[in-house]
Design a protein around this ligand. Structure first.
Ligand SMILES: Nc1ncnc2c1ncn2[C@@H]1O[C@H](COP(=O)(O)OP(=O)(O)OP(=O)(O)O)[C@@H](O)[C@H]1O
Ligand SMILES: [Mg+2]
Length: 156
């Protein structure tokens, strides 16, 4: 059901100029209540993009690792498929970042999962175009934001 609802959103993502132009992209594997991104991640690798995924390393921090294909994945304590390789630290190379959210509002604020992982990480990649995707029913008029909350550049 949600996988079917995801298809038109993924089509627009694949066609987005900022995504198409980017060779180094930060993506994520979706959780069950999010727009389904697993096949999209595989497609990005197949297209030859340098695909990076987040890996939760502590209660507050996440790191980024290069993802080269399904052989390279293991399931984390968070229940997310994560690559097992070395951390990727050349943040300046990241041109595009897909940012997960439980909800987004019309001011491009995002509601994450309440740990602040992306709020802490996003300042590392000021140059990257940050795009949020969500279902229409996840869009809210107003999400309360504090000083740590990072906006995305666009919500599809
Ligand atoms: N850069 C930061 N430095 C210190 N604390 C921070 C920072 N960013 C966020 N926090 C704190 O982390 C906690 C969780 O943040 P928040 O509720 O915004 O998470 P979230 O954006 O929903 O989660 P996530 O980014 O993991 O999806 C809050 O108490 C917030 O103030
Ligand atoms: Mg936040």
């Amino acid at each position: 059901m949600l996988i079917a609802l995801s298809q038109p959103i993924l089509k627009r993502l694949a066609a987005h100029p900022r995504y198409r132009q980017a060779t180094t992209v930060l993506l994520y594997h979706s959780l069950p209540d999010e727009v389904y991104t697993h096949d999209f991640v595989a497609q990005a690798v197949a297209e030859g993009k340098t695909v990076l995924l987040p890996v939760v390393v502590s209660d507050t921090e996440m790191e980024i690792r290069r993802y080269t294909g399904p052989d390279d994945l293991s399931i984390s304590s968070f229940g997310i498929l994560e690559p097992s390789g070395e951390p990727f630290t050349d943040f300046a190379q990241i041109e595009f970042a897909l940012v997960p959210g439980m909800s987004f509002d019309s001011h491009r604020n995002r509601l994450g999962r309440g740990k602040g992982y992306y709020d802490r990480f996003l300042p590392n990649i000021p140059q990257a175009y940050k795009l949020g995707i969500c279902f229409d029913f996840q869009k809210l008029d107003e999400i309360p934001a504090d000083k740590y909350d990072k906006k995305v550049d666009e919500v599809l």
